[in-house]
Write a protein that binds this ligand. Structure first.
Ligand SMILES: *[C@@H]1O[C@H](CO)[C@@H](O)[C@H](O)[C@H]1NC(C)=O
Length: 187
C-alpha cells in the first residue's frame, strides 16, 4: 500500500512537471493570428503585442507574377536529425499560397534578416511565413524553396486545387518556415 501510494505520488508529480513545461519552441502553435480581412495583400513583419494581439507591419507589396521556381535538391549534409516537415492536416488553395511563397522567397533573396516573431507574405487565401524562436533569422530564397519543396512532397501541392498547410522546422536555427490558410494562426 505504501508502495502504491508513493507510485501514485510519483505519477502525479510527473504529470505536474509535464504540464508545467513550456511548449517546444520550434513548433508551429498558431500563436499569431492571421491577417484581418481588410488587410492589404503584402509582406509583413508579424508580432505579438503586450496585450496579446497580433500586429501586422507592412514591409512591401505583393508582386503577383512571383510564383514557385524549380526547387533545388536539398543538401542533406549538416541537417539536424530532428529537422523536417510537419503537416497541419488541412489544405488551402494552392495558387494563392504559391504567390505568397514566391513573394516571401523573393523578399528573403540572398539573405534577409528579421528579428520579430515572424515574417509573412499574405496573398488571397494564403500566408507563407517564417517563425523566429531565437534571436533573429536570416532567410534565403534557395532555402525557402527547398523547404517549400519538402512541404509539397509531404503535405501535398496540386496547382489549381489544394496545397497542404505545413512547416519545416530548423531546430538548430530555432526557426520554422511554412505556409497556411490566411484564416489560420501560425508560429
Ligand atoms: C515582379 O516580378 C517580376 C519577376 O521577377 C519582375 O520582372 C517585375 O519587375 C516585378 N514587378 C515589380 C512591380 O516589382
Amino acid at each position: 500500500m505504501v508502495q502504491l501510494k508513493s507510485l501514485t505520488f510519483i505519477i502525479l508529480a510527473a504529470a505536474g512537471i509535464v504540464s508545467a513545461l513550456p511548449s517546444p519552441a520550434a513548433e508551429t502553435k498558431g500563436t499569431l493570428a492571421g491577417p484581418a480581412e481588410d488587410l492589404p495583400h503584402g509582406i509583413y513583419t508579424v508580432d505579438l503585442a503586450d496585450d496579446g494581439s497580433t500586429t501586422w507591419t507592412f514591409i512591401a507589396p505583393i508582386n503577383e507574377t512571383l510564383k514557385a521556381t524549380t526547387v533545388a535538391a536539398r543538401d542533406l549534409e549538416g541537417l539536424d536529425k530532428r529537422d523536417g516537415v510537419s503537416c497541419n492536416g488541412f489544405g488551402t488553395p494552392a495558387d494563392d499560397v504559391n504567390v505568397a511563397q514566391g513573394n516571401l522567397a523573393n523578399q528573403c533573396g540572398g539573405g534577409y534578416f528579421f528579428s520579430g516573431r515572424s515574417i509573412a507574405a499574405y496573398y488571397g487565401t494564403g500566408v507563407a511565413f517564417g517563425c523566429n524562436y531565437g534571436n533573429g533569422q536570416t532567410c534565403h530564397s534557395d532555402q525557402l524553396w527547398s523547404d517549400f519543396g519538402a512541404i509539397n512532397s509531404q503535405c501535398g501541392f496540386t496547382s489549381g486545387a489544394q496545397a497542404g498547410a505545413g512547416w519545416y522546422s530548423h531546430n538548430s536555427w530555432k526557426a520554422t518556415y511554412g505556409r497556411t490558410a490566411a484564416a489560420s494562426g501560425f508560429c
